[in-house]
Design a protein around this ligand. Structure first.
Ligand code: PLP
Length: 378
């Protein structure tokens, strides 16, 4: 049975300021920056009888296989700016930035991760000439740990789930050990807020790409949800004051870790206890971010929950359209397949993609090569 929840509190407009361009300006200065491709998925569109499906392909973002570096790098940059006490605009290359940050060279970034965020924090630390320590939940696959270590991080596996890893990372934080975490809780909300801001670069790029391609604004945007920071970025972007075209937003979570789905239904933050066993490792989070959840309660129109089989099917569809997308990366499409099946029974939903454009974000490429090869053989 498809689990689908139409959010009765979802609203088109929230009183949010227009998103800032600052993170995008910052990301443009990073080495190897290029907008990630916005590609058509014609075979998926044909299967669903939708006019146009566009996929924002984050499989190579600043040299890493997921979008997460956008949040980690901007948040870390804002954090060091606060420490030095001045805006650090006066640099054009990383060498220059490292020079400005030399007084902070004893600093270590610490974080917890299911994989992608930790790798992004470590990459940022080495860009800035700093150190990093990363905690991962029990059961994290070796390939993901090795990828984080390859960035120069010290990686420790915690005997517990993602929430346990976050608690251990938070306990490590101190004067010269800064927590750069992509989820928030009461008392720790500033850095995660910057992470949400950092993700806006993806949506700014989509705006520019739509103009260049001559396509209309999306009528439906789908975002996968772990702790909800990415989805919060979508809400901040598409629900802000002054925006002319407002798409329907669908949030997608994995079976067994649907903490936002359950929290929105209950009207309060609910933790889904681990272990979380979905293959969608990036989405295996038991507790929503405290700053994201209120935005999602107001700004996401509907939620659905997908299982591993759904993710595998979506990976196949992506591959058929030439898009290399991992388990969490394909979850948005898995959610669209659910919505499609659900629409056939639901008369009360608006016409979501009739003559419209659907935007899916493939948030990662291959992060577990063994599993990818098993699911999508060459
Ligand atoms: C590949 C991928 N997609 C989506 C997400 C979900 O992002 P968030 O935790 O901000 O909801 C993550 C989080 O780690 C991820 O790694």
């Amino acid at each position: 049975m498809i689990r689908f929840y139409h959010n009765p509190h979802g609203t088109d407009r929230i009183d949010l300021p227009a998103p800032s361009r600052e993170p995008h300006v910052f990301h443009r200065k990073l080495p190897g920056y290029a907008p990630t491709p916005l590609v058509e998925a014609p075979s998926i569109a044909r299967t669903l009888d939708v006019e146009r499906i566009l996929v924002k392909d984050e499989s190579d973002r600043l040299g890493l296989p997921s979008f997460k570096i956008l949040g980690a790098s901007w948040a870390a940059y804002r954090a060091v700016e606060e420490r030095v006490g001045v805006r650090l605009d006066a640099w054009d290359s990383l060498e220059e930035l490292r020079g400005l940050l030399r007084p902070l060279s004893g600093l270590t970034f610490v974080t917890a991760t299911d994989g992608n965020h930790g790798r992004a924090v470590s990459r940022t630390a080495s860009w800035f000439g700093l150190q990093s320590k990363v905690f991962v939940p029990a059961g994290t696959v070796a390939a993901r740990i090795e990828a984080i270590e390859s960035e120069g991080a010290e990686v420790t596996t915690v005997d517990g789930d993602y929430d346990a890893a976050v608690a251990v990372a938070a306990a490590e934080a101190g004067e010269d050990t800064w927590l750069i975490q992509d989820t928030a809780w009461p008392g720790y909300e500033v850095v995660p807020g910057w992470i949400v801001e950092g993700y806006s670069t993806m949506f700014w790029e989509v705006e520019e790409q739509l103009v260049r391609l001559g396509y209309p604004h999306p009528t439906l945007v789908i975002v996968q949800i772990g702790v909800g920071s990415l989805a919060a970025a979508a809400v901040r972007f598409y629900r802000a004051r002054g925006r002319e075209s407002v798409p329907y937003l669908l949030g997608v979570e994995p079976e067994g870790a649907a903490c936002v789905f359950e929290s929105v239904r209950a009207g309060k933050r609910i933790t889904i206890p681990g272990p979380h066993r979905s293959v969608m490792a990036g989405l295996n989070c038991g507790t929503a971010s405290s700053i994201a959840l209120p935005l999602l309660m107001q700004g996401i129109d509907a939620f659905t929950v997908v299982d591993d089989e759904g993710a595998f099917e979506a990976m196949h569809h992506m591959a058929a359209d030439g898009i290399v997308s991992g388990e969490s990366g394909s979850a948005g499409l898995a959610g669209l397949l659910h919505l499609h099946a659900f629409l056939e029974q639901a008369a009360d939903l608006p016409p979501l993609y009739e003559n419209g454009t659907v935007l899916i974000i493939s948030t990662e490429g291959i992060t577990d090569p063994e599993l990818y090869r098993r699911v999508v053989p060459e």
